[in-house]
Design a protein around this ligand. Sequence first.
Ligand code: TPP
Ligand code: MG
Length: 349
Amino acid sequence: MTKGNGRESDLLTLEDRRGLLRAMCLMRGVEERGLSLYKQGKIPGSFYDGHGMEAISVGATWALGAGDAVCSPLIRDLGAHLVRGTDLTDVFRHYMGRENALSHGREGNVHFGDRRLGVVGMVSMLPDMMVVATGIAMAFKMRSEERCALSFFGDGATSRGDWHEAMNWAALYRLPAVFVLENNQFAYSTPTSKQFAEDPIKRAAAYGMEGVSVDGNDVTAVFEATRAGREKALAGGGPTLIEARTLRMHGHGAHDDASYISAEMLEHWRRRDPIERLASRFADDEVAALEAEVKAAIDRAVEGALATPMPDPAGATASVYCSGVPEVLGEGAAPWSGFATPDALPAAA
Ligand SMILES: Cc1ncc(C[n+]2csc(CCOP(=O)(O)OP(=O)(O)O)c2C)c(N)n1
Ligand SMILES: [Mg+2]
């Protein structure tokens, strides 16, 4: 087991570290249960998880303030929803397409958001949410609000044009944004060696922003880098690109056996499991109690979701189209005040 994870940090209290461990265990437990429910036919579609990547969404979201926007958690980022306080039963209702979930059965997996929690629901097109996060950060800046927008995206997403647009615009206007690149070494079955000639983190300097690379299986490192990026953003220093290096331990989804990832590579990263590394800093009985608490919470949530009816087909078209401009920025957001004219844009930094 690699030492160093879960190390003391001046920025993290013991309670924080317990909370981080709990959130990571919850993410893994929920996804393991989800996978098993999927195999039993109780979850439709496919099932996607972030096994081995828990430290990224949990550590990064832990570093945010209540008014910040998470834009948005993707299929490896259930931990962000859990840290922001999404109801566990609702998570399973989403997986199962049940009524009463935030999207009333319309979206599966983690394709949901809750604006009350400052979590913007994702759209699948990669990396569109990065452009949305940039827009939200722009709004925060124009309103002089002390808030930042954080966006998650994978290595595969960095080869798309939208990624360039978001990076360029956010750096140009020194927007309060933190961009978290989850480099899990694959986009579906395509390894990073077949995606780009140079590591994307090196592009940060070319856009005019700081780029920081951290061990994505070290929750403390992810937390510290994000906290520093957020502080810099709020102080007017502009965005930061954080690369969290990791490995996707499962296939892209439940339908993918990941046979293209070598056993050696999997073993190398299994020894760096983010949960085991943090758990090793706590007493065994404390970890066992926490695991029992997490399991009980998951049991209750699954029971609640299974008892929830399927949505009424008659309401299938309700809430599909937007009437008016939605308030997506969570509590404390100022009302929409119309499109900005060029004069209203902040001066390029
Ligand atoms: C523009 C676009 N092309 C293709 C897809 C289909 N797709 C969904 S996830 C994925 C792989 C993404 O890889 P990466 O960005 O590295 O994220 P990871 O799955 O590894 O977390 C692809 C190709 C998509 N959602 N959007
Ligand atoms: Mg990837």
